[in-house]
Write a protein that binds this ligand. Structure first.
Ligand SMILES: Cc1cc2nc3c(=O)[nH]c(=O)nc-3n(C[C@H](O)[C@H](O)[C@H](O)COP(=O)(O)OP(=O)(O)OC[C@H]3O[C@@H](n4cnc5c(N)ncnc54)[C@H](O)[C@@H]3O)c2cc1C
Length: 464
């Protein structure tokens, strides 16, 4: 059978791939997207969305326990883990259906199967019905990533889980060890701890959420400890001894190794790019460890072959993948393309309390040679936060003292994952302290704290 020809072949239908396909179709291209598992990729099916659905359940559960504070009463607060998981899976399914609809609406051809690239401009797809051969001048690789398995700490789906197992848990952990305190690890720690699991988090770096500003990490840690978590920093899990009902972890800390028992372990030690089995080596694509090396326009160096999203490296975030998808589609269409500026990509963690940031931390800004002005504002000084019963939190802003450029913003507290976008827009528009100070923020809102933090950096804070 003759190969089918398209203007663009996209491999992988995650937030990188499906968004690239839709934008390319909007620009008039004849596009095919190939997916071996679920439309929407990890994000919609095993990442961003189902975790947020689970965390919403634990948040409501937490609030139900606080009912009395709000003048309410609830008899016997309890949960049904199967029902929590069922809701989360339902939300993921609904989102997957949404992507299917959007691709159809934009006339993107979808082929469910496993793709390889036998030669430049050619893609071979293994489907249930056989093999399909496709050709296109341009190919976008958007095959994403999977959980990293460290030797000895491999997930087995029984007592040791990856994020996939933790989203469809075979049992409710009673004594849980979470290895790694990045966004994925800390979100699961937060979920299971709130539902009552005795939770220990082990982090190899000197603080939890190690990519965040040190003050924000410290603030978040204090809250986690208050909620009953045990946090072990500068500690390493060396070995896991697995038995039928328990796992004994050998944890090294301060030069000593101690053994601790858990009934469940979640391994959240990072991700690796899906670079294997595609034929990339034969094409001459450069791979650095498990990520395809690209330039800022996501070009791989092989003519007509682009890599976007998680397979193209950090930051491993859905919105970065989608932005690259749009950028590549526009580049191929000959439009003016806007590469990702990593320091303008916000990171959000939906633990309790939430954490969100954009740009440089105070330490990084100083390391880069900036003289900084730093502003801070606590949630306790904000009427809306107190009215919501969420007085614990902090908003910190970092400015270049010379130019007034907003270098970074760092937040911990209720709904900060929604608030951060205000600062992202500020950075995109290259605003200075002057613009931010002269902006009128609605009252009463949590966003007023964003204003106050800026005012504080310039010794003009009002409510503190
Ligand atoms: C538990 C968890 C929570 C997360 N939470 C957040 C969050 O809150 N916010 C955020 O921004 N990010 C979050 N992430 C990260 C986010 O999911 C990823 O950054 C995002 O999914 C990357 O998108 P992508 O399109 O590059 O790849 P993916 O979403 O991984 O999609 C790649 C797709 O390619 C398919 N594929 C791979 N190889 C082939 C092949 N050979 N042929 C055909 N198809 C193939 C895969 O099946 C997959 O569907 C989370 C991740 C996890 C694991």
């Amino acid at each position: 059978m003759a190969a089918k020809n398209f203007d663009l072949i996209v491999i992988g239908a995650g937030p990188g791939g499906y968004v690239a396909a839709i934008r390319a179709a909007q620009l008039g291209m004849n596009v095919v997207v190939i997916e071996r598992e679920n439309l929407g990729g990890i994000c919609l099916n095993w990442g961003c969305i189902p975790t947020k659905a689970m965390l919403r359940s634990s948040e409501v559960f937490h609030l139900m326990h606080r009912a009395k504070e709000f003048g309410l009463s609830v008899d016997k607060v309890s949960y049904d883990l199967d029902a929590v998981v069922k809701r989360s899976r339902g939300v993921a399914k609904q989102m997957e259906g949404g992507v299917k609809h959007l691709l159809k609406k934009n006339k993107v051809t979808v082929i469910m199967g496993e793709a390889t690239i036998p030669a430049k401009g050619k893609v071979s797809v293994k489907t249930d019905a056989g093999t399909e051969e496709l050709t296109a001048k341009n190919i976008v690789l958007a095959t994403g990533a999977r959980a990293r398995n460290l030797p000895g700490l491999e997930a087995d789906g029984e007592r040791v889980w990856s994020y996939r197992h933790a989203l469809v848990p075979p049992h409710m952990p009673k004594k849980l060890l979470v290895i790694g305190s990045g966004a994925i690890g800390i979100e699961f720690a937060s979920f299971y701890n709130t539902l009552g699991a005795e939770t220990t988090v082990v982090e190899v770096m000197d603080r939890v959420l190690p990519v965040e500003d040190a003050e924000i990490s410290a603030f978040a840690k204090k809250q986690f400890v208050k909620q009953g978590m045990t946090i072990m920093e500068k500690a390493t899990v060396k070995q896991l001894d697995r038995a039928k009902d328990k796992v004994t972890a050998h944890i090294e800390s301060g030069g000593k190794v101690e053994k601790r028992e858990f009934d469940t372990v979640i391994s959240a030690v990072g991700i690796v790019g899906n670079v294997e089995g595609l034929g990339l080596e034969a094409l001459g694509v450069k791979i650095d460890r498990t990520h395809v090396v690209t330039d800022e326009y996501c070009r791989t160096g092989v003519e007509g072959l682009y890599a976007i999203g998680d397979i193209a490296g950090a930051p491993w975030l859905a919105h970065k993948a989608s932005h690259e998808g749009v950028m590549v589609a526009e580049l191929i269409a000959g439009k003016h393309a806007h590469p990702v500026k990593p320091e303008s990509i916000a990171g959000c963690t939906y633990c309790h309390p939430q954490v969100a940031s954009v740009g440089y931390t105070e330490a990084k800004a100083k390391e880069l040679g900036y003289t900084v002005k730093v502003g801070k504002f606590p949630f306790i000084g904000n009427g809306k936060a107190v009215a919501l019963g969420e007085p614990e939190g902090l908003i910190k802003t970092v400015f270049d003292a010379k130019t007034g450029e907003l270098l970074g913003a760092h937040m911990v507290g209720a709904e900060v994952t929604e608030l951060i976008q205000g600062y992202v827009i500020g950075r995109q528009l290259e605003t200075t302290e002057e613009d931010l100070m002269n902006t009128v923020f609605p009252h009463p809102t949590l966003s007023e704290m964003m204003h106050e933090s800026v005012l504080d950096a310039y010794d003009r804070v009002i409510h503190m």
